[in-house]
Design a protein around this ligand. Structure first.
Ligand SMILES: NC(=O)C1=CN([C@@H]2O[C@H](COP(=O)(O)OP(=O)(O)OC[C@H]3O[C@@H](n4cnc5c(N)ncnc54)[C@H](OP(=O)(O)O)[C@@H]3O)[C@@H](O)[C@H]2O)C=CC1
Ligand SMILES: O=C(O)C1=N[C@H](C(=O)O)C[C@H](O)C1
Length: 275
């Protein structure tokens, strides 16, 4: 029996909170091979990513030029994968670059606009390159979203509260946007008004997503990532809540995505579509 070659993986944003976890997880996965670590911090340029994060040498230096690292990922027997946990301002271009080089993107970075998502979908389709855009890699969020879809059949009133650490660059969270989109796909308008009301301070009622669903964003030190979906009807409140206590919770979803993206030929948006 011939052994399958490991999947070459590039991690973009390798020095970040998520990037570091992904480096650990990928370097421990027997069917994967870390071939590149990209980040912008000049302090660590050229240093071994394994040594920087305290897991021992991996013989992979931190580089700041994504394009040249993507080329490395095309030199192996098997098509490479780029995992991106960078910043909302760069994720669109990073994803396009990976597709252009024939490296399959697994995107965790949030903040892509609807238009950018659509452009990437078309670009991936034309290039026949499997691409995964996953606003949340945790199994708990997939389960919460499924429970919310079930509840939305019976409740007409719903609001979303998302709570994150104060270093988060985008609001609302990608998870809250996706959750609202999934509820919106039920095709019914939520929250029919009971009285005429106005905001005496702009933003008091949050942002308005699909089908009139409000999203409220909290940013505080001490938080990691949390989401509540509250359903109300006369005399009862049904609350769904997910809490993250450690970023390792995302790693089973990240590894699954790296494996699954190699089987795809187009863009898929959301972990629920591949588990
Ligand atoms: N899908 C999911 O399940 C999850 C998604 N996320 C998302 O992932 C993203 C990253 O989160 P997190 O790890 O906490 O953020 P961090 O700020 O901790 O890490 C981001 C890293 O990327 C670097 N970086 C920024 N721009 C670039 C670029 N153009 N090229 C290469 N590296 C770059 C940053 O460098 P520097 O600091 O020098 O700017 C930093 O080291 C966010 O959008 C977040 O919302 C987070 C958790 C889970
Ligand atoms: O920035 C974070 O931390 C997270 N971002 C993602 C999002 O915007 O939904 C996923 C998770 O909430 C953690």
């Amino acid at each position: 029996m011939t052994e399958k070659s490991p999947i070459p993986v590039v991690v973009n944003g390798a020095l970040g909170q998520m990037g570091r976890e992904v480096i650990k997880a990928v370097s421990q996965a027997e069917d994967m091979m870390l071939v590149g670590a990209v980040d912008l911090n000049p302090e660590y340029l050229g240093q071994d990513i394994g040594e920087i994060i305290g897991i021992g040498a991996l013989e992979v230096p931190v580089l700041n030029d994504l394009q040249s690292v993507l080329v490395l990922a095309t030199q192996e027997k098997v098509q490479g994968v780029m995992v991106d946990f960078t910043h909302p301002d760069s994720v669109y271009e990073n994803t396009r670059s990976a597709i252009a080089y024939g490296v399959r993107p697994v995107i965790g970075t949030t903040g892509l606009s609807d238009k950018q998502l659509k452009d990437l979908e078309e670009f991936a389709e034309k290039a026949s390159t499997g691409t995964l855009i996953i606003p949340n890699f945790s199994i708990g969020i997939v389960l919460l979203q499924q429970a919310a879809i079930t509840a939305s059949k019976y409740f007409d009133h719903v609001e979303i509260i998302e709570l994150h650490h104060d270093r988060k660059a985008d609001a609302p969270s990608g998870t809250a946007i996706k959750t609202a989109q999934m509820l919106g796909e039920m095709g019914k308008p939520f929250n029919p008004p009971k009285v005429a009301s106005k905001e005496t301070m702009a933003g008091a009622r949050g942002a308005t997503a699909e089908q009139n669903i409000p999203i409220h964003s909290i940013r505080l030190p001490g938080l990691i990532a949390h989401q509540e979906v509250l359903f109300g009807s006369p005399g009862e409140l049904y609350t769904l809540r997910h809490d993250t206590s450690d970023r390792s919770c995302y790693m089973p979803g990240v590894l699954l995505s790296i494996r699954k993206v190699t089987e795809l030929r187009s863009l898929v948006y959301g972990l629920e579509k591949i588990i």
